[in-house]
Design a binder for this molecule. Structure first.
Ligand code: ADP
Ligand code: 5GP
Length: 218
């Protein structure tokens, strides 16, 4: 019996994938990412980025991000500690190199909550391993309502996020999948379907040739 959630028939090995979720801020990417992580129960591991932006109420060092000052971030860039990094909202954000490729080799899938610049850089670095999903809000009015409803940002920051949203949406064509997060359950089901289908891709399966050569009679 094939376990579609891990996509590994007994004895098969699979290369892990890099699952990138991007969206304009407020469209619901973190909500979807957290639910995915909870339901995948270890089959998907979150890449925790480094950022120079201040910690928000409710956030925890090492859970949402590693929070560092600009000098530390610049030193890490010098030391080639990042797979990719970018400036977003005047702050720096970077994906640590750490164990990413070892994890992929071991079949571990990794989730990246990064913007279009990060998605582009990861794709250039490791195209075949990367699956890029872009989440759109149903509309700009809804996006504003979600940003306001989230209650984490000042009105000034919300205005900046709204201004930036249009620019972010213009990068939709740099993604493999584009979804609209209107009904959360529907959108989440689509994200899960994409993950399952991508795991089952022939290019990610190891041991298929051996299995087919020795196809059992039963
Ligand atoms: P992002 O990570 O993209 O910035 P969040 O996941 O923080 O966005 O979502 C922004 C707000 O919108 C949160 O308060 C979240 O609960 C809410 N939200 C997310 N998806 C939906 C949805 N489909 N319908 C209604 N509210 C949503
Ligand atoms: P926030 O400050 O709201 O947590 O994130 C702002 C934006 O930065 C989001 O679009 C998020 O996806 C992006 N981001 C977070 N971490 C990284 C990263 O490591 N690299 C890149 N390129 N973008 C990131």
């Amino acid at each position: 019996m094939v376990d579609h959630r891990s996509s590994q028939p007994p004895g098969f090995k699979r290369r892990g994938l890099m699952f990138v979720l991007s969206s304009p801020s407020g469209a619901g990417k973190s909500t979807i990412a957290n639910r995915l992580l909870a339901e995948e129960n270890g089959r998907l591991k979150m890449s925790i980025s480094y950022t120079t932006r201040p910690i928000r109420p409710g956030e925890q060092e090492g859970r949402e991000y590693h929070f560092v000052d600009t000098d530390t971030f610049k030193d890490m860039v010098e030391d080639d500690a990042f797979l990719e990094w970018a400036r977003v909202f005047d702050q720096r954000y970077g994906t640590p190199r750490e164990t990413v490729f070892k994890d992929l080799e071991a079949g571990q899938d990794i989730l990246f909550d990064i913007d279009w610049q990060g998605a582009q850089q990861l794709f250039q670095l490791a195209g075949g391993d990367v699956v890029r999903v872009f989440i759109l809000p149903p509309g700009l009015k809804t996006l504003r309502e979600r940003l306001e409803g989230r209650n984490t940002d000042s009105q000034e920051i919300i205005e900046r996020r709204m201004e930036r949203a249009q620019a972010e949406v213009s990068h939709w064509d740099g993604y493999d999948y584009v979804l609209v997060n209107d009904d959360l359950d529907d959108c989440f089901a689509c994200v899960q379907t994409i993950l399952t289908a991508e795991r089952l891709k022939r290019s990610r399966q190891r041991g298929l040739i051996g299995f087919i050569r020795k196809l059992p009679d039963n």
